[in-house]
Design a protein around this ligand. Structure first.
Ligand code: PLP
Length: 389
């Protein structure tokens, strides 16, 4: 078959590749600790599962409105309005199977050949992949480790040209766990307003912060008519496999994105959406319990990594990832990640899976038990020792 040339522009998410590789190693009898995949290792809270089961039993098994069930759009509008202290109308909400399609559809709707999109690097790999797929130029905004992995906003205006069609911001951030401070968000908002550039704010980790309160770029006056907020249920409610996410955007943008929904997945499964309503309006204690557990793991893992000679690691403010600096090993991060998996039985991701500015780093997800994290630390130390021999 002759594939369209644009197919060669698509990237991937290395977490899925490493998962396959790790499973293949396990099939040969090797014990592997999984720290590669970005999904909470908790079960979806029981009341959410029950709501999904009830919806299925009640016959919610048919097509629904492309932009989402009215009750869920309303619940999302209320939740986003409350958490960001902004006003949101249900017409501004588009529900999708996972939050990823919001990224895909937004970029496809705004970027094209001859245009440019600014995105964080290291960052979620799908940004760069889809920008290129849309035919646009991917313009990386490097994240600075010394600044807590926020982008250097003083340089951001220099990246803007008359071709810039979108700026992507992600906070709390994957893969670094970094947080973009409110002051920096303000500078980004000012640039977006000055040059009239839409902003895609990837806020999928909005409920996953350890010390600071969540700050959204939506706080800035005047941005509402050029802002797309991406959020969802995968991380907050441990619902990765349900596939449920959403975008909040200006009404005219919502109509365009809904057209992309009709042309691709038609709608999101109704029972999943009914479970989503239960998640938003039901008890939130499972989220608190999960974050308390993540906090304990973050502390143990962070201290353990810093105790290893070849590693320095910042304490992340959000999400559930650590992004240690391994430049002391003086080897490509991909080589180190491969060695760690094959020799040490610890699955991690090379920072380069998140863009070129990820060289010199590994990403560990701490969505695993404390016991496994402690064992992983022993294995990492021993593998790095062997690498140095
Ligand atoms: N945005 C970021 C930064 C992510 O890390 C992820 C998932 O890993 C997503 C979006 C996509 O989330 P979903 O599973 O809801 O599609």
């Amino acid at each position: 078959m002759n594939f369209a040339s644009r197919m060669s522009l698509l990237g991937t998410e290395s977490a899925f590749d490493v998962l396959v590789k790790a499973r293949a190693l396990e099939a040969t009898g090797k014990d592997v600790i999984h720290l590669e995949i970005g999904e909470p290792d908790f079960d979806t809270p029981a009341h959410i599962v029950e709501a999904g089961q009830k919806a299925l039993a009640d016959g919610h098994t048919h097509y629904g409105p492309p932009a989402g069930l009215p009750d869920l759009r309303e619940a999302i509008a209320n939740d986003v309005a409350k958490s960001r202290n902004i006003s949101v109308h249900p017409d501004q909400v588009v529900v999708t199977p996972g939050a990823k399609p919001i990224m895909f559809f937004t970029i496809l709707a705004l970027a094209e050949e001859g245009s440019e999109v600014i995105y964080p690097n290291p960052g979620f790999p799908i940004y760069e992949s889809v920008i290129k797929f849309a035919g646009a130029k991917a313009v990386p905004a490097p994240l600075i480790e010394d600044k807590g992995f926020t982008l250097d906003v003083s340089q951001l205006a220099d990246l803007v040209t008359e071709k810039t069609r979108l700026i992507i911001v992600n906070s709390p951030q994957n893969p670094t766990g970094g947080i973009v401070p409110l002051d920096d968000l303000e500078v980004i908002a000012e640039i977006a307003l000055k040059y009239d550039i839409p902003v895609l704010a990837d806020e999928i980790y909005s409920r996953m912060l350890y010390d600071d309160a969540f700050a959204s770029i939506s706080a800035f006056e005047g941005l509402a008519d050029k802002l797309i907020i991406l959020d969802g249920f995968s991380k907050t409610y441990a619902m990765t496999g349900w596939r449920l996410g959403y975008g909040v955007m200006p009404r005219e943008t919502a109509l365009q994105v809904a057209r992309l929904v009709v042309n691709s997945n038609s709608c999101t499964a109704a029972f999943t959406q009914m479970a989503g309503i239960a998640a938003l309006i039901g008890p939130q204690d499972a989220v608190t319990t999960m974050m308390e557990e993540f906090r304990k793991r973050r502390e143990v893992f962070h201290a353990g990594l810093n105790a290893i000679d070849e590693i320095t690691c910042r304490l992340p403010g959000g999400a559930f990832y650590l992004f240690p600096n391994i430049t002391a090993l003086a080897r490509p991060a991909q080589e180190v990640a491969d060695y760690l998996l094959e020799e040490g039985g610890v699955a991690s991701l090379s920072g380069t899976g998140f863009g070129k500015y990820g060289e010199g780093y590994l990403r560990f997800s701490y969505a695993n038990s404390l016991e496994n994290i402690e064992e992983a630390l022993r294995r990492i130390e021993s593998s790095f020792g062997k690498l140095q021999e």
